[in-house]
Design a protein. Structure first.
Lengths: 183, 251
């Protein structure tokens, strides 16, 4: 077997005959040192690149991103607080304005009422004065009318008496008329 | 290579294992310790892939990451969280080491999926070294951190006293089987998948079954993509689990 192999493929190994594997190449221990050597080189190189360059860099990037996110969140929180504050201020201003408006309305109402009351009182007083004046005038006119009626009655009575042929003295006629008008 | 199923005799000849042959890149000499072989080539490609993703991909250090940087950060976060969750907060110091293992395995697995490539992680030589590294790390860390208390890992104090010696024997056996299962799981999964694909490819030489064969290869390939990631993940998470035993040996 061994001689055959060396005759067939003297160049490579006992595990390969005519270019194809004998059994499992994995169990060909001729190749193990080579594989193990290159594996260790590979692992050392990868470990070096990862531990010296890649992993710290990625860790830094991740930390930085975390920091950025935290900062942005904090900023957003701040802005939100500001917005809430602004809204409160706005609401307060609105409430103030409303209260002020209410005050102005109340004041104006009171003023108008006072003015109105004033005007009403004045008007009442004027009306009362005018009414009193009118009454006085009416009384005057009535008195005058009474006087006139008396005079007319006297004259008429005198005329009537004279027409009837009598001669009446003024004194008795006046007395009669006064008596009549009282009754 | 092995896809040329038609042998000299005209019948079907399968060489599903030929893809795993280690051979020198230059010349035909024997494979010595420092010979530059296809192992060297594909491991170098693995290193290049890792550096491309993790170093060049993150070189811009942008706060809003690009595609490459996103993937790099995703890998970082994935393994970091795994180490933290599985092995505990005090295991974070081992994170670069575990990250190295994961990145190497995942890239070696995926590069192995390229047709005509060489899958370094399908070799026991590679996975045994990886598993032994983990085993030695865990054992040394366990004894350094806990002293003789690390042996408490084998003494199940919650079990009845009579059972404890028996359990201790079982625990010790299982502890020493760990590197074996750890390494064979990874290499075995990859080797089996790749070999099966080659076998299906061999059947493609028969015109009648070749459509079925191509379909089967496609399906297997999809499965292999899954396996490539899952095995890297499993290897890494088991490393974390073992590390947790070393740091907190009490059950």
């Amino acid at each position: 077997m061994a001689t055959e192999t060396t005759a067939g493929t003297a160049s490579t190994s006992t595990c390969v005959v005519d270019g194809s594997a004998v059994g499992m190449p994995q169990l060909c221990f001729d190749w193990w040192p080579n594989q193990i050597f290159w594996l260790i080189v590979t692992l050392v190189v990868i470990f070096f690149f990862l531990s010296r360059i890649a992993l710290p860099r990625i860790a830094a990037v991740l930390a930085e991103r975390q920091g950025t996110i935290t900062n942005d969140l904090a900023a957003a929180e701040d802005l939100k607080a500001k917005a809430v504050e602004a809204e409160e201020a706005y609401n307060k201003a609105l409430a103030d304005a409303r209260a002020q408006a209410q005050d102005i309305i109340n004041q104006t109402k009171a003023e108008i009422k006072a003015e109105l009351d004033d005007a009403t009182a004045k008007a009442d007083a004027e009306i009362a004065a005018k009414a009193a004046e009118g009454e006085k005038k009416i009384a005057e006119i009535r008195a005058n009318a009474m006087e006139s009626v008396k005079d007319v009655a006297k004259d008429t009575a005198k005329e009537l008496v004279s027409v009837m042929g009598g001669k009446a003295d003024a004194k008795s006629i006046t007395a009669a008329i006064n008596a009549r008008m009282k009754g | 290579m092995a896809t040329e199923a038609q042998g000299e005799e005209g019948g079907l000849v399968f060489h599903p294992m030929d893809q795993f042959i280690v051979k020198p890149l230059f010349g035909d000499g024997p494979v010595g310790l420092f010979t530059i072989t296809n192992v060297t080539l594909w491991m170098a490609l693995t290193v290049i892939a890792v550096v491309l993703l993790m170093v060049l991909g993150t070189s811009k250090r942008s706060t809003i990451p690009g595609r490459m940087q996103s993937v790099g950060e995703l890998a970082y976060g994935f393994i970091y969280k795994m180490v933290e969750d599985v092995a505990g907060k005090d295991a974070v110091g081992f994170f670069p080491y575990i990250m190295t293992l994961f990145m190497f395995i995942v890239f070696a697995n995926f590069l192995g999926l390229i047709p005509m490539s060489f899958t370094t992680t399908s070799h026991f030589a590679v996975t045994v070294v990886l598993a032994l590294l983990v085993f030695l790390t865990v054992t040394i860390v366990g004894f350094v951190k806990n002293g003789a208390g690390f042996l408490g890992l084998f003494w199940v104090s919650s079990a009845p006293l009579a059972l404890r010696p028996i359990l201790a024997v079982i625990e010790i056996i299982s502890y020493f089987v760990r590197p074996v299962s750890h390494s064979i799981r990874l290499a075995g999964n990859l080797m089996a998948g790749h070999a099966v694909i080659k076998v299906f490819a061999g059947f493609a030489a028969i015109a009648v079954v070749s459509p079925v064969s191509v379909l089967a290869i496609t399906a297997m390939y999809g499965l292999e993509v899954l396996v490539s990631f899952i095995q890297a993940y499993v290897f890494t998470i088991l490393t974390c689990v073992y590390l947790k035993d070393a740091l907190h040996p009490s059950h």
